[in-house]
Design a binder for this molecule. Structure first.
Ligand code: SF4
Length: 446
């Protein structure tokens, strides 16, 4: 189903930045919960996990029931426990914040229950009675995994088509390893697939190896969960030099293979979003002495989470606000290919226009460009009824695209949000697909 991960992945150098709670710590923290009526923490969770209920179960020693409560709402509850920005979701909404007391550590409690369940291979859900219907899912990330699991509970057969050699999407290839390592993400994916009846075809790129029309002809419904595409280029001279990477591509290499940073003294990361901040924290933690975040806006305008940025600064990451690279330079005589050595930059004014005479040069052996990723909606416009805006697939609230039998969820729909959003959208679309398949006239085409 999936290729084994290398034992020598660079990401194995990282350990958890939040240690898992021990049993007694979890029970003690659970006892602090006020089990609020109309709990604001539930409203803040995109998958609406019954948080007071699962915490109550921990407090009574019923970890199994606690884990089931979580997975009933979010089958990716284990990875979400580690990667969710809880500071701006459930924990940020906890009533303790208004009482000037530490909020309940909901993410760590969720991790306690879900890790226990997966470590013990507890299974909570069975596939429904076979309906004879078959759903194709494009992409093997969190949205498709959530959708496929829900579809199996309704008895529909599923095939996931994943272009990478490994399933799991960004959970495996893109999440900062101090939050979630690839092996843990892959273990979760394989645990989800244990419901059975989900055929996974890795190394298959829809549109290249399998045409959309063929996919439509051979399935009763299709879920699109392709996520986002390649790193967006900066489009300045020298971007093809050795040592200049898209940040998502570099993070993927670091998580799945060995990257050599022994000669890297100075790293420049371009961007102000969460990927840029992650890349900066990761290179710094891997021992690069000087890491500088270059962002075209002011600190307050950076799209990355404030708490993540603060953590990066505490780790020694430096910043150049209101600045942008204008060229990357190496030495042309270098063999076999010139490697980046310098980054030419210019300061920007408040309207993000270059300030004359403000040019400066930074030495750099590694440059990571994190200014966004391409959107993949255009590949579906050949199908009548599919609507795309700014590269995003447009759907209704249930993920219906406008073309009969086609649904979408996750980053390709929302433009790039959290794992928990992908999980919520995948599950919601699966419920809508089930209703579609059960409705009159949805018999298999062809
Ligand atoms: Fe417990 Fe905080 Fe949620 Fe209230 S808001 S139920 S105290 S976690």
């Amino acid at each position: 189903m999936s290729v084994p991960l290398s034992q020598h992945r660079t990401e194995t150098a990282f350990s958890d930045h939040k240690l898992p709670l021990l049993h007694d710590e979890a029970v003690a923290e659970a006892h602090r919960c006020l089990f609020c009526h109309d709990a604001p923490c539930i409203a803040a969770c995109p998958t609406a996990i019954d948080i007071p209920q699962f915490i109550r179960m921990i407090s009574t020693g019923n970890t199994r029931h606690s884990a089931r409560t979580i997975f009933e709402s979010n089958i990716l509850g284990a990875s979400c426990a580690r990667v969710c920005p809880v500071e701006v979701l459930c924990v940020g909404a906890c009533v303790y914040n208004d009482l000037d007391q530490p909020p309940i550590q909901i993410g760590r409690l969720q991790r306690f229950s879900t890790d226990t369940a997966i470590d013990n291979d507890w299974q909570f859900f069975e596939a429904g009675a076979d309906t004879g219907r078959h759903v194709g899912l494009i992409g093997g990330g969190p949205a498709s995994l959530a959708a496929a699991h829900e579809l199996r509970r309704h008895g529909h057969a599923c095939t996931i088509y994943e272009r990478d050699e490994v399933i799991g999407g960004l959970n495996v290839t893109g999440v900062a390893p101090y939050k979630l390592r690839a092996d843990a993400a892959l273990e979760e994916a394989e645990w989800i697939l244990r419901i059975g009846g989900i055929n996974v075809k890795t190394g298959v790129e829809v549109g290249r190896d399998l045409q959309l029309q063929e996919l439509e002809r051979t399935h009763d419904a299709v879920f699109v969960g392709v996520g986002l595409g390649e790193d967006s280029p900066l489009r300045v001279p020298g971007e093809d030099l050795e040592g200049v990477f898209g940040a998502v591509e570099w993070i993927k290499r670091m998580k799945l293979t060995t990257v050599d940073l022994s000669q890297v003294r100075r790293c420049v990361v371009v961007g102000g979003g969460n990927t840029a901040i992650d890349a900066a924290r990761e290179t710094r933690a891997l021992g690069v002495p000087e890491v500088t975040l270059v962002y075209r806006g002011q600190r307050a305008g950076a799209s990355g989470y404030a708490h993540e940025l603060s953590a990066a600064l505490e780790a020694g990451v430096q910043t150049k606000w209101q600045s942008v690279p204008t060229a990357f330079e190496g030495d042309d005589h270098e063999k076999p290919a010139p490697r980046v050595q310098r980054v030419r930059c210019v300061h920007l004014d408040i309207r993000k226009q270059p300030i004359a005479g403000s040019e400066f040069v930074m030495d750099a052996d590694l440059v990571l460009i994190a200014i966004g990723q391409s959107r993949l909606g255009a590949m579906f416009t050949a199908l009548d009824g599919m609507r795309v805006e700014d590269g995003r697939l447009l759907t209704d609230d249930d993920g219906f695209t406008g073309r009969r039998g086609w649904y979408a969820g996750g980053d390709c729909r929302n433009g790039g949000k959290e794992v928990v959003n992908a999980a919520a959208e995948g599950k919601r679309a699966a419920v809508a697909i089930d209703a579609f398949l059960n409705s009159a006239g949805s018999a298999r085409r062809g």
